[in-house]
Design a protein. Structure first.
Ligand code: GDD
Length: 409
């Protein structure tokens, strides 16, 4: 049997995702029309003998309650949210729920970061993991050397696939192979995490024995159960014939800033072509709007037949797209209204916002830059003919004048 764990983190981790994380937990933000966390979940669902999917994080229970119950019914696999009362780190979170995760006596545990966008080649990875017979297999990817330091860099044996060296976000270049944040472990991983926790407790106790450091150690003691998968587990276990790597040549991106959701939406929409083509909008001549490239339109959204939509557009529930509107590379969230002849490009338009006639909401398209795209928070009104370029607008604002490269708080 296999169980899957998706590490969803918590509200403090999502701050770079503002303003979009202000009224929705980041893992539930829609990419290609489905919550971010839905994509790894669908990949896990394809694994035979999958007993359970757990989301582990420190968001409030209620943020995930509706989603997990609806999903359990839909997928016919129990999906459960396990809440940590405080952050324990990526490995500490797993360890905290050890009993629950081992309840079904799994042979393999899939562990996936929720903020990565990839094809999740879990099936092939599981076959490799069983072949290696190690304690864990890490999904890795070759990236350009300039960006490698944003991630965990690693060196693997090209023949055996063994992880030989691991450095988390190193200051000096180690390798252009990086950790993709997707792992398969055997239950032995819990012993490795336990070793780290116990070693820390021992050190804390020793320190406490020297009285003048007592205060310091008392505060440190609290930290003994905070364990990171990368620094605290992968690094020390490299070169010990315990961890192996599996390389993916498919797409892979990390989603830390809002702009990346436009890029990742486009990757998932492109993937739908071969996996879920029924989710892609089809331009059906006279009755519907003109569709260009990959587009998702929620069934409850209304799009005028004279609108032109795409490529890379996702339109959420109950949005209304008016006559002559042009949408390119954007995410339109629930209940948005876009009025006649407005243009939206490289932008995210927040829930319940309204874009006026002949208005223009536009970004330059550099998804990793803070002002590389335009983001409108919830309930923003852009009046008729107003032009918004490369700006971030927080919720509940009315824009009566054009702005460029501004953050409107
Ligand atoms: N449950 C829980 N509890 N989840 C957590 C916690 C925690 O205390 N802390 C982080 N996470 C989740 C995050 O939500 C994310 O999905 C994942 O664990 C990793 O987050 P970080 O520990 O903040 O690391 P990172 O995203 O900066 O980098 C990691 O992932 C990269 C791939 O995306 C590292 O492992 C890098 O080496 C790797 O390249």
């Amino acid at each position: 049997k296999t169980v899957a764990v998706i590490l969803v983190g918590g509200p403090t981790k999502g701050t770079r995702f503002r303003p979009l994380s202000l009224n929705l937990a980041k893992p539930l933000f829609p990419l290609a029309g489905q919550p971010m966390v839905h994509h790894p979940i669908l990949a896990c669902k394809k694994i035979p003998n999958l007993a359970h999917i757990y989301l582990v994080g420190f968001y409030e229970e209620r943020e995930f309650a509706l989603y997990t119950s609806a999903l359990s019914n839909e997928l016919k696999i129990p999906v459960r949210y396990l809440r940590e009362e405080k952050p324990h780190g990526s490995a500490g979170g797993l360890y905290h729920f050890q009993e629950k995760l081992l309840e079904e006596d799994p042979t393999d545990i899939l562990v996936l970061n929720c903020d990565v966008c990839c094809s999740f080649p879990l099936f092939k990875m599981l076959a490799a993991h069983r072949h290696y017979k190690g304690m864990g297999t890490i999904l890795v990817k070759k990236v350009s050397p300039e960006v490698a330091s944003e991630f965990g860099e690693l060196v693997a044996d090209p023949e055996s696939g063994e992880l030989l060296h691991y450095a988390e976000k190193p200051e000096t270049f180690v390798s252009d192979f990086i950790n993709c944040g997707v792992y398969i472990f055997t239950p032995e991983i819990f012993l490795a995490i336990q070793d780290v926790t116990l070693a820390r407790k021992d050190r804390a106790t020793l320190r406490r024995l020297s009285s003048f450091e007592a205060l310091q150690s008392a505060t440190k003691l609290v930290q003994t159960d905070f364990v990171r998968l990368d620094q605290d587990i992968l690094s020390p276990l490299a070169g010990k014939k315990k961890l192996y790597t599996f390389e993916t040549k498919d797409f892979w991106e990390q989603i830390k800033v809002p702009g990346m959701s436009i890029r990742c939406s486009s990757l998932y929409l492109a993937q739908y072509r071969s996996t879920l083509s029924e989710l892609l909008a089809k331009g059906d001549g006279q009755r519907g709007p003109t569709i260009v490239g990959n587009v998702f339109v929620h069934p409850s959204a209304k799009t005028h037949p004279t609108a032109k939509i795409g490529p890379n557009v996702s339109i959420s529930a109950n949005a209304r797209i008016g006559p002559g509107v042009r949408l390119i590379s954007c995410i339109i969230l629930d209940d948005v209204e876009v009025k006649e002849n407005a243009i939206i490009m490289n932008s995210i338009v927040g829930w319940k916002s309204s874009i006026g006639r002949w208005a223009r909401v536009q970004g330059g398209g550099d998804h990793k830059m803070k002002l590389g795209i335009t983001i409108l928070g919830e309930d923003v009104t852009v009046e008729d003919e107003v032009v918004i370029i490369n700006s971030v607008v927080l919720s509940h604002k009315v824009l009566i004048q054009s702005v460029q490269e501004e953050i409107i708080l």
